[in-house]
Ligand binder design. Structure first.
Ligand code: WT7
Length: 634
């Protein structure tokens, strides 16, 4: 079998040395153990790999399902495991974070140095009146202070609510209002493609209208002139130089089930929902999945190229690598600045061993051809990863051949903001089929079923369901527990299954193939957007009476957004108006939400009850069969 590795037909078999090196003994064995005794499995992992101030009374409490509780009665703080405990070992002197800014500046923080900054900023937050349970909104670029701010919140038991730096004023304002944050941490700007994203200016416009915010902390990143409002705004470096910035501040003792953070994500209807994660279960789930799936070793340099503003960054840049005592690399800017080999040159320079990114990024870099990566020595790479959307065959083989040199297996990880950690994923020892995330992580009870909940046949399309709870699962939607139940647990209420909202197939080997969303969520360049968000942005424009948007498959971005608008009386269709509407969406939601085209129509297909039938619009655009039109009113 030894020579039978690499691609054999359509299947990739990992090389013997990859299997031998891997931490995880054997998928079948561990998975079977976990399924036979789920609380026993997670309880053992939690006891052996983490420090708890006080142990739990019960691993899993399912009395009030779907409001599951994990490690009930335990006292812990994720920061104790991510930082505090490392101060007693040689990990203290290891690089926790290696950072490169877009202009080329570099910084490295050892665990000791990172802890020093986190302790100081934690006490700064306390002196601004932030206490356990309070919310802090963070709106920053991809710089170490973003991580420091998040960790400082966790340390004092405050919930961070990170708003991605690509979101606009309105989106930021909505999220501040919904979370009722009292403090905002931001920066003067962020470098992107050689330009400055004016984060402080956008933040000022939002905070002016946000009643809950009393203090703004601003990190100096670009040195641009920005407006600082007296009494409300403080420079980060000024606060950190004060005696109140205590490098020995204490870590708050939390219940395992106390909230760690909220993170907004798009859903089927209405405004984005605040997904809530907790200290105990999230800590256990994220660290265990990272350790097994990416086989994290002390000598690795891990690069998760996502933004910390998304769940990928929360789980796999900020928390789990630190818990494992790993070394992470972070890059501030665009992959193509100043040239399309920026990523490849950094992999060579820093000796990156594991790269975890999204299909959309791979496709974006693929466009520039093989010469750019071939300029650099990529031999340090050992494993690759993919996340965010199904990876198409062309992108998979380019990633495998040109970047991984046919040596590195690709871990295609399916998961969600809600799941907190990888759910469908290979381990390095598992044979791969390009485009499939293989099977559930050990202990993840996942299946593909029909409307009634019966398993579908081999290679038949159905709904993805998760049949049993897992430690890093979301606990609720902050401020809206009813919506939590309705959104995720009502479809298969009788069975008590979680509905992720994806359709999928299962092949003859039990490998799962994700097809796409079953709801009105559109994935654009891996970003999750709700049709409702884009449509309500469109109708907030004076010219638009009604709007519908759909996602259309796109080679580069996975999907693009197409908008259909009915104009109000007195407005005429024109290219100018179409451009204005696109910009309006960019302003209301953020540049990623801009429709690629805006069509003006007289009617939209609707059901008799008045719901827009987006599926009909989509079928028309794609020239497909219109399907069942019995509910169509017009
Ligand atoms: C949705 C969740 C979790 C990190 C990033 C996205 C899609 C995610 C994959 C994958 C196929 C994927 C699903 C899922 N998705 N990873 N490997 N293969 N589809 O988190 O923004 O909460 O989006 O992204 O549709 O439901 P998110």
């Amino acid at each position: 079998m030894a020579e039978n590795h690499g691609m054999v037909g359509d299947v990739y078999f990992p090389a013997p040395e990859i299997i031998e090196q891997a931490h995880i003994p054997n998928y079948e064995k561990v998975h079977a153990e976990a399924m036979a005794d789920l609380p026993g499995f997670w309880g053992r992992i939690a006891a052996e790999n983490f420090e708890w101030y006080q142990p739990w009374e019960k691993v899993l409490d399912d009395h009030n399902a779907p409001f599951y509780k994990w490690f009930v009665g335990a006292k812990v703080n994720i920061i104790h495991n991510a930082l505090d405990r490392h101060m007693r070992t040689s990990v203290r002197n290891k690089a926790a974070l290696i950072f490169e800014g877009e202009p080329g500046d570099m910084r490295t923080y050892t665990y000791q140095q990172l802890n020093y900054e986190v302790c100081k900023f934690a006490s700064v937050l306390r002196s601004l009146g932030v206490a356990k349970g309070d919310r802090v909104t963070i709106y920053m670029g991809r710089i170490p202070e973003l991580m420091i701010a998040m960790l400082a919140c966790a340390k004092i038991g405050a919930m961070h609510s990170v708003v991605y730096g690509g979101f606009s004023t309105e989106a930021l304002l909505d999220r501040i209002n919904d979370s009722q944050s009292e403090v905002l941490v931001t920066c003067d700007g962020a470098w992107l493609r050689g330009n400055i994203v004016p984060l402080k200016e956008i933040a000022n416009a939002a905070v002016e209208r946000a009643d809950s915010i009393h203090s703004v902390v601003c990190v100096k990143r670009t040195g641009e002139d920005v407006e600082m409002v007296p009494d409300r705004d403080h420079w980060y470096h000024d606060l950190m130089a004060l005696p109140i910035a205590d490098p020995h501040s204490a870590t708050e003792v939390m219940d395992a089930e106390d909230p760690l953070f909220i993170l907004y994500t798009s859903g089927t209807t209405g405004k984005p929902k605040a997904i809530l994660h907790t200290h105990g279960g999230y800590m256990v789930g994220t660290a265990t999945t990272l350790k097994w799936v990416f086989d994290m070793k002390p000598e690795d340099v891990w690069w998760c190229a996502a933004d910390p503003g998304w769940i990928t960054g929360h789980s796999y840049i900020v928390y789990s690598p630190l818990i494992l005592g790993a070394t992470s690399f972070m890059y501030e800017g665009a992959p193509t600045h100043p040239n399309p080999d920026r990523w490849w040159s950094m992999i060579a320079q820093y000796g990156i061993t594991i790269l975890y990114t999204a299909p959309t990024a791979i496709r974006g870099l693929m466009r520039f051809g093989e010469n750019w990566p071939n300029l650099h020595d990529l031999s340090s790479l050992r494993l690759l990863g993919s996340v965010g959307e199904p990876i198409n065959p062309a992108a998979w083989s380019w990633y495998y051949r040109v970047i991984g040199k046919e040596r590195c297996p690709i871990m295609d990880t399916w998961w969600q903001t809600e799941t907190g950690n990888f759910m469908i994923t290979p381990l390095p020892s598992v044979p791969l089929k390009p485009g499939s995330g293989t099977r559930g992580f050990p202990g993840v009870d996942i299946d593909v079923v029909d409307e009634e909940g019966e398993p579908v046949g081999v290679n038949e399309e159905g709904y993805l369901v998760i049949k049993r709870p897992w430690p890093a699962m979301l606990r609720t939607i902050f401020g809206d527990p009813d919506r939590y139940v309705r959104q995720y647990w009502s479809r298969y209420e009788e069975q008590g299954w979680y509905l992720p909202g994806d359709s999928a197939k299962k092949d003859e080997d039990g490998y799962i193939w994700i097809i796409g969303r079953i709801d009105d969520v559109i994935k654009v360049s891996g970003y999750r957007l709700g049709t409702a968000e884009v449509e309500s942005a469109l109708v907030s424009h004076a010219a638009v009476a009604e709007a519908a948007v759909i996602g259309i498959p796109d080679q580069l971005r996975g999907n693009i957004i197409k908008a259909f608008c009915i104009l109000r009386d007195g407005f005429e269709p024109s290219d100018k108006l179409s451009a204005e509407l696109r910009d309006h969406v960019g302003h209301e939601v953020g540049p990623i939400a801009k429709p690629t085209t805006v069509d003006f129509v007289d009617e939209l297909p609707k059901t008799r009850s008045g719901k827009i039938m987006r599926r009909v619009l989509k079928a028309k655009v794609l020239g497909e069969e219109l399907g069942d039109l019995s509910t169509l009113a017009n």
